[in-house]
Design a protein. Sequence first.
Length: 422
Amino acid sequence: MSSETTEATGVPEALAEPVVRVRPGWMSLLFFANIALWLGIYAPIQVLLPKQAQLLDQVDKEFVLGLVMGVGAIVALVVNPAIGLLSDRTCSRFGRRHPWTVAGALVATVGMAVLAFAPSVAVMIVGWCLVQGGLNGMLATLMAAMPDRVPVGQRAQVGGLVGIAQMLGTVVGAAVVITASDLAGLPLAYSVCGVIILVGAAFFVLRTPDARLPVEFRPRWVRREVLGNLWVSPRRFPDFAWAWSCHFMINLGNGFGTLYLLYFLQDAVHYKNPDDGLLIMMGLYGVALVVGAVLAGHFSDKSGRRKPYVLAASGVMALAALLLVVWQTWTVALVASPLLGVGFGAYMAVALAMLTQVLPAAQNRAKDLGIINIASSLPQVVAPLLTPLVLAYLGGYPGLFAASAVATLVAAVLVLRVKAVR
């Protein structure tokens, strides 16, 4: 029997349900790898891509930004489950996940270099596609670490850390790239992002275990398997489908509410320094997100319940959006930011735990999580495509925030249909 197979069950370690609680050191490394990942995604989305779009086309900056983000998100939709599927079947002596984490970080860094010196919208699209492809491959493998290593009773706690890492990546990334771009322009800012991504990935890969999948346990590759395995039947796995739909709607609402914040501060609030305003809002959002994630993760794991926390989080996020429907002022933005943060933090902590509990099969964890990650990536296609239409024809920013509130409330309805999780 393979040394990678547990003697008691005959199931390889890579496929066994984890029962030993992960230690703080492992959680810290996953935490910092996720900070690097989300910094690489959101620092460009929040700051660098809007600035670059404005430099390349002042008149049609919204269209350019939506085009670049939309095409990049399409790449993310394909890469995330595909890399997950490949990692599920990888029998490398270095493990199943780590080789793909390293590859993703390298591709993303190349993409940052392309963006740093992009002379046109077309080259900008190529660079962002490389970044999205690399980071979504990395996301597929880092997300798989939860069901691979973390027992069910600890997943909301770890999910809370991942949610906090996403926030810190966003906030720290905004601060870092604004400072770097002020000092030496966009090339330095993109370069700093690339270095942080590589360092975060390297520390996680070099200092954490990655169970090897014995060759005899690798699922067979058969004709049409790639396309067939990128589909999970809603009829056979309804809980997976409802949880996926809930996650999609939450992220769509979040996309409507956050992707155009820099332009919102500039064009609707008329804040004198939109960059500084964005940092203040993200700082408030971040502190509140930490509070929401820690509290919801602790009490959810303690009670074993997930859905009540998702419902409460959805309500708080919708309230934050509705405040901005009524009042587009700096004061109200300061109130809405922490509300959105505490709601999204609570949601991320509990949702990641819930989503890992509805995965169909252990041998396809990364692939199935890749499909779930589409629920995060697809709104990056939908929201940029719909946002200019909403702004032009449905009442401007009040209409945009109303759409955010509606999407979030729909998510609350959908989570009620998940039966296997309390």
